[in-house]
Design a protein around this ligand. Structure first.
Ligand code: T4K
Length: 366
């Protein structure tokens, strides 16, 4: 039996069936229906943010945030992410400018941002990679100094808080992914989080073709409306999210206890004052100290039916669309380049059993 990097949180089927019956009875299946309204409100409350706008996945909120804020020219980001982060910049006709990451968070290194700013820079798009909060205060200071917008790709950061405040309140906008592989899922899905009513209104127009009323179109919008079935499913999953995160925390603890004294295996500890969501459990292999390369370990695990993943290898900056950019040069990205060659995300989800965890660890701890 395969042990996969993740496994989706699924609502109780009988409960889901009851909500499906309501949808069938109402015959209202999409376009801002009742479950859609309920889910937006419930998520805003759970996430402790003023406004949430639901999307059909976690990529369209990135594309739409850039549209909503009328971003053009150059956008500073990191290559250590899922490819959707950089693609969203490209889809808006903007040029991505890669800045290296810091080892401590795998997020953008704030000390390297200013050197990448040019007269064409209009925004910074950092990523809270693995749900680890980046240095938001320092990033905002730079953005304020140069008059830049900040859009956080918070696809991994559902429910993450620093000193009791959601990371989704930082910057101008934050995006979430509710894909099956995420801590919280709505099958496919995502959201854009904003701080004011006007931006929420504009976002809602943009995800509905730009319609501001029956006969008025105010922007070249897209269709990213979420149907009632996914919203009903999402409402049920929200009820069990805290239990799922607690289970993930136990898995993280078990890994940490077993791996703490293994030479050549580095991993993240909890950060003080942070409510983590344990969305991923990345480990970083130092070949010399561990006595085996990252890839040797990765394939050894796979031979034993343990399907970790090398998120995020290869770097986005190495893909054909981007590798010609001056900022894509490995010399500009030494930390990201090294870490992409060291990382394996171990299986991490709410359903992992002790037997499975021990099986994984037995293969790793010599
Ligand atoms: N920004 C960031 C930082 C992101 O990480 C992502 C997505 C986005 C933006 C864009 O959000 P979305 O538009 O995707 O909502 C997965 C996901 O497809 C992707 O959502 C995610 N990041 C990325 C990091 O990982 P794959 O190709 O690695 O997933 P896949 O299909 O190989 O699944 C991994 C494992 O999960 C499987 O081996 C088993 C398990 N699984 C997967 C699915 C789909 C299940 O058990 N059930 C399932 O239904 O990309």
């Amino acid at each position: 039996m395969q042990i996969t990097v993740t496994s989706p949180l699924l609502p109780d089927l009988d409960e889901f069936h009851k909500l499906l019956q309501q949808i069938w009875d109402s015959k209202w299946i999409t376009n801002n229906g009742s479950f859609h309204k309920q889910l937006e409100a419930a998520l805003a409350e759970y996430l402790k943010v003023p406004y949430v706008s639901l999307f059909t996945n976690g990529t369209l909120p990135l594309i739409t945030a850039l549209q909503a804020l009328r971003i053009n020219g150059e956008v500073i980001t990191t290559p250590y992410s899922f490819v959707a982060t950089t693609h969203s910049i490209w889809w808006n006709g903007c040029r991505p400018v890669f800045v290296d990451i810091e080892e401590e968070t795998c997020g953008i290194d704030p000390d390297k941002i200013e050197a990448a700013i040019t007269p064409k820079t209009t925004a910074i798009m950092p990523v809270h990679c693995y749900g680890k909060p980046v240095k938001m205060k320092q990033i905002q200071e730079i953005a304020d100094k140069y008059g830049l917008k900040v859009i956080y790709d918070a696809a991994h950061a559902f429910g993450v808080e620093v000193d009791g405040e959601s990371v989704l309140k930082a910057g101008d906008m934050s995006t979430l992914s509710f894909h099956a592989t995420k801590v919280y899922n709505t099958l496919e899905g995502g959201a854009l989080v904003m701080q004011d009513e006007q931006t929420k209104k504009r976002t809602d127009y943009l995800k509905n073709f730009g319609f501001a009323g029956e006969t008025e179109v105010v922007a070249p919008g897209i269709n990213s409306k979420v149907d009632e079935v996914r919203c009903a499913y999402g409402l049920l999953n929200l009820k069990q999210i805290d239990d799922a995160i607690a289970k993930r925390q136990q898995v993280a603890q078990a890994y940490r206890v077993a791996l703490r004294n293994v030479p050549g295996v580095r991993f993240f500890e909890d950060m003080p004052g942070v409510r983590h969501n344990y969305s991923y459990f990345p480990i970083f292999i130092n070949e010399k100290e561990y006595g085996m390369s990252r890839d040797e370990l990765y394939f050894k695990l796979r031979e034993n039916d343990i399907w970790g993943r090398r998120y995020f290898y290869p770097l986005i900056s190495t893909f054909s669309t981007y590798r010609g950019l001056p900022s894509a040069s490995p010399a500009n990205l030494p930390v990201a380049t090294r870490i992409a060659n060291e990382v394996i995300c171990l299986p991490m989800h709410h359903g992992l059993t002790d037997t499975e965890i021990n099986h994984i660890l037995d293969l790793m701890v010599k």
